[in-house]
Design a protein around this ligand. Structure first.
Ligand code: G3P
Length: 217
């Protein structure tokens, strides 16, 4: 399994990259709008200078022709830019064309197994299942991840990786890993939560206190 960071915050990406466990980054227009420099090109180039793995950058157009044009431009910003395209009929058209010319697509906003299946058939390198938003709507988001993994197991010719996205808590990451999802893209705060456990903190304090008591003797 790989962990991607789901943010456009350059400081958080730098801090997470130092941990040596981040294989890529996913952004979207909402994440970018939260940053002070909401210039997609500048921020993307900065992120790509920090992370050598795939960096997903979303299109802001809706018809296939415009998506393809925009994707080509954004893919030229850095060698590791991947293009996030929403699952629509136009998105599939654009994904088919772009994948044939070697531009890697992350088919995003997938909420059903069929949407992800179509993305895979169109040649998407990644399909992103929005687990948290499905859970918010009273559905079982992780079941969709499981279903997509089962479908892809049936058809090895579909060379697509499943991203568990819209991750809200550390349990989502554990569940995605147990299912065997290829990737979980996690917000920075969830990554920090994954590192922590209160018993670890207590254990460190106790070890140090015991060592100090002995070293005084
Ligand atoms: O990057 C796509 C996805 O992870 C967004 O998550 O929290 O806005 O549902 P969220």
């Amino acid at each position: 399994m790989q962990i991607f960071l789901d943010t456009a915050n350059v400081d958080n990406i730098s801090q997470a990259a130092e941990l040596g466990i981040i294989s890529g980054v996913t952004t979207n227009p909402t994440l970018l709008s939260k940053e002070s420099t909401a210039d997609y090109e500048t921020v993307t180039k900065k992120i790509c200078s920090i992370v050598s793995g795939p960096v997903s950058v979303e299109v802001l157009t809706e018809d296939a022709k415009s998506m393809i044009k925009e994707a080509r431009l954004k893919a030229s910003w850095a060698p590791n830019v991947n293009i996030k395209i929403p699952i629509t009929a136009d998105g599939l058209r654009a994904t088919s064309a772009l994948s044939q010319e070697g531009i890697k697509v992350n088919m995003t906003l997938c909420f059903s197994a069929n949407q992800a299946l179509l993305g895979a058939m169109a040649g998407a390198t990644y399909v992103s299942i929005f687990v948290g938003r499905l859970d918010d709507a009273g559905q079982d988001g992780m079941q969709v991840v499981q279903d997509v993994m089962d479908i892809l197991d049936n058809y090895p010719e579909l060379d697509t990786q499943v991203i568990a996205a819209s991750i809200r808590n550390p349990l989502h990451v554990t569940q995605a890993a147990l299912i065997g999802a290829h990737i979980a893209t996690v917000p920075y705060n969830v990554l920090m939560q994954m590192i922590q456990h209160p018993f670890t903190d207590v254990g460190i304090k106790r070890f140090l206190a015991d060592w100090k008591s002995v070293s005084k003797k």
